[in-house]
Design a protein around this ligand. Structure first.
Ligand SMILES: Cc1ncc(COP(=O)(O)O)c(C=O)c1O
Length: 466
């Protein structure tokens, strides 16, 4: 390291190269490690609790649009998009070129100085909002952080403490975000922010009230009022929810759900905060933001993942008067708003517009959903296919009547699809919903490959499960 720094300094000082042109010598570059070596290192130096997929994990060394490649050169269709982070394609050339150019200029200063990229990205986001009032944006680095901030703001703005969120939701792993998570799987017995109350999601396939839509009159949404009346002080700071529950297994509420909830939230003084970490940026197809599918304009949108196409970047966009409730103290985030993430975010949003990514999510998403639904005739394991655009879920059950979750079968399906070159995710409290959320540049022929592979694997697993 010492040697390289010295040589770099000498070469740059002599004018032979610019910092951007400097190439470190080969001695310093590490040889590529094999999968087994990486696994051994990981097992020794990374805590076991750091989650990884597959009995036989894969060592991914290259990404190109919707495809990933392991250390043996094997290609995979990435149908989970690095867990919904890669929106326009792995290493999208235009995004990467702009980010590299920024890295060559300046990487980091913090927001105490001016840099054009942060306000430019905020302006771009404001242009995409469902209301002109949603105009100002805070930048952070992860979904957890942006949801923490959303909760702080809602409490400051309203002067109320209690927050309503949904069972089966996921909002992050920080202490405040963990408080709003509605899954025991992701919660530790530690003191979280408190004053959080969980209402019922619109999960019709497993109705928490054992009712049937539409004769239920969307009781799950109306019940939010009784949660407020019975469990809170009677005034709330916020309702925070994902328009479609991602980690919870692509749970998609009925069309009236969020409109009913919105009215209740307003009646009790709260802000409506949409966690668009997974559903934003056109993924649901018809609209740029997931919540727009329910005809609701939120008071704030928290976002992460797809906004940065793989770079740590998250944001919270809200109304100016809500943001101003933090005035009087200093809000600071060391890496939030850094030029590299800002440039990559801006480049990603430009590509979404330029390449018709949202329209592709709708066309290929509908095509894929129809084909997946078609597989139900052949495969008894499929209980339900749901979702919108390129945010789809396939819930697997042992028996369509009892709806007993097919948890081990789902794990087996994932392992086997991977072996055939297809990466998918899973979710739901029982880990029995296949999650399909690929980079939104996938094509119909990728969708065909996905369905053919799933068809083959479901057949194999059904034989095993007999
Ligand atoms: C809807 C939603 N919100 C928040 C988060 C937390 O994001 P992060 O892991 O970047 O903190 C996630 C992560 O999966 C998410 O799916």
């Amino acid at each position: 390291m010492e040697k390289i720094t010295t040589r770099a300094q000498e070469e740059i000082k002599s004018g032979r190269v610019t910092p951007a042109q400097f190439k470190p010598s080969n001695e310093s570059s590490e040889r590529e490690l094999t999968r087994d070596e990486v696994l051994a290192l990981r097992n020794e130096y990374i805590p076991n609790v750091v989650f990884k997929y597959y009995r036989e994990p894969i060592n991914l060394v290259r990404g190109e649009m919707q495809y990933l490649y392991d250390d043996t050169g094997r290609q995979y269709l990435d149908a989970i998009g690095g867990i919904v982070t890669v929106s326009v394609g792995h290493c999208h050339p235009e995004v990467i070129a702009k980010t590299k150019a920024q890295i060559d200029k300046i990487q980091h200063t913090t927001t105490i100085y001016l840099h054009p990229a942060m306000p430019l990205l905020a302006k771009k986001l404001a242009e995409k909002m469902p209301s002109a009032d949603l105009k100002v944006t805070f930048f952070t680095n992860s979904g957890s952080e942006t949801n923490d901030l959303a909760l702080t703001l809602a409490r400051l703005f309203t002067g109320n403490l209690d927050v309503i969120t949904l069972r089966n939701g996921y909002h992050g792993a920080s202490l405040a975000a963990m408080s709003v998570v509605g899954h025991s799987t992701w919660k530790y017995p530690v003191p979280t922010s408190g004053n959080v109350f969980h209402a019922m999601p619109g999960y019709c396939y497993r109705c928490p009230f054992n009712l049937t839509y539409p004769s239920c009159d969307v009781h799950c949404a109306r019940d939010v009022e009784s949660v407020i009346k019975y469990s809170t002080s009677g005034k709330i700071a916020a309702f925070l929810a994902e328009p479609m529950q991602g980690v919870g297994g692509t749970v998609t509420p009925p069309p009236e759900y969020f409109k009913i909830v919105y009215e209740i939230v307003k009646k009790y003084g709260g802000l409506f905060i949409a966690d668009e970490v997974q559903t934003g940026f056109g993924r649901t197809g018809t609209h740029y933001w997931g919540i727009e599918n329910w005809g609701v304009t939120p008071d704030a949108i928290s976002m992460a993942k797809g906004i940065g196409n793989g770079i740590p970047l998250s944001a919270l966009t809200t109304r100016k008067e809500i943001a101003d409730s933090m005035l009087g103290k200093i809000w600071f985030n060391t890496f939030g708003g850094n030029p590299v993430s800002m440039v990559q975010g801006l480049a990603t949003l430009e590509v979404i517009d330029k390449e018709g990514i949202q329209a592709n999510a709708l066309t290929v998403g509908n095509y894929l959903k129809d084909k997946l639904t078609g597989l139900m005739d052949k495969h008894r394991l499929i209980g339900e296919v749901r979702g919108m655009g390129l945010m789809l879920g396939v819930e697997l059950v042992k028996d369509r009547k009892t709806k007993e979750p097919a948890t081990s079968e789902t794990a087996e399906v994932m392992e086997r699809t991977k072996n055939y070159g297809l990466l998918i995710g899973k979710g739901g409290l029982f880990g029995n919903t296949l999650r399909i959320k690929p980079p939104m540049c996938i094509t119909k022929s990728d969708a065909d490959f996905l369905c053919e592979t799933l068809d083959k694997v479901l057949g194999e697993v059904e034989v095993m499960a007999k």
